[in-house]
Design a protein around this ligand. Sequence first.
Ligand SMILES: NC(=O)c1ccc[n+]([C@@H]2O[C@H](COP(=O)([O-])OP(=O)(O)OC[C@H]3O[C@@H](n4cnc5c(N)ncnc54)[C@H](O)[C@@H]3O)[C@@H](O)[C@H]2O)c1
Length: 288
Amino acid sequence: MSETPENSRVLLVTGAASGIGAAIAQLAVARGHRVMLTDVNEQAVQARVSSLGSRAAGCVLDIRDPAAWVKAFEAAEAAFGAVDVLVNNAGITHTGHATDLSPQQHRDIVEVNLLGTITGTCTAIERMTAKGHGHIITVCSMTAFLPLPGYATYCGSKYGMRAFHHSVALEERDGPLDFTIIHPPSTRTDMLEQEMADPACAISFAEKSYAPEEIAKTVVDAIASKPVEVVFPPLGGRVQRIAGVFPRLMRWVIPLAEARGRRHRERLMAKTGAHQPDTAQPSDRSTV
Ligand SMILES: NC(=O)c1ccc[n+]([C@@H]2O[C@H](COP(=O)([O-])OP(=O)(O)OC[C@H]3O[C@@H](n4cnc5c(N)ncnc54)[C@H](O)[C@@H]3O)[C@@H](O)[C@H]2O)c1
């Protein structure tokens, strides 16, 4: 579905050099939007831009750096005009149990996923409010609902990200901005490859994984529909969301899911040595 020129928006996407962010940028450009792709990896983001044509531009942005956020907004404005939509997508993980991570690795996860997103969201609120409109879309995670072994600090960062996102949306409820948060499950990107390499992350392979293009479609669709919150998949996402509220139940369920994930991961590794999990249907998602 192509946007009419009137519906064409200017997007700033973080972490757009690979995975979900790259898929978001590609689909948004294909639909007629103009996209400033940003990433901490400047070379990789410029390589992406070169394949996307004149509706795409790129610049370096480490989301931990407040000054770099201002420069990225200025670069987008210079290339395409005021930013209509910020997609907070950049994120990292370090795999392993909490006690296996160094203090620096714990800090990295929080500084990128949580503090980086907070910095960008506040920058966007200020600039977009001054323009009288704007939409902030945050790519979070189902781990914002469900604490998982192998992901302690990552889960903590995503819990915090969701709490921040909704709190700030409430603070801004009388302002001109829209806020959407989207929670992907396991998605076949470099991040999942990183998790595949560590048996501590076996639980990520307990359920079907998604292609980044499927997550990208939800994000780009959200530009027009502006849902408040989206979970994947509709049933599984809702069950996980509810299960996260009951820690005693989780003590019973999670080891079973982890054992299933371990078996599935071993099968995947035996197949090719690479990650080729099941596929899921694009419609397999839910707005909550
Ligand atoms: N892949 C999954 O299974 C999965 C599941 C749920 C949520 N997510 C979330 O989706 C988002 C995208 O993840 P992905 O799977 O595409 O990962 P990815 O590793 O493929 O891509 C992440 C991108 O972010 C960039 N990045 C890293 N640190 C950065 C920083 N400080 N500033 C700017 N850019 C930075 C990387 O260079 C990379 O291009 C993340 O927020 C992740 O937490 C991923």
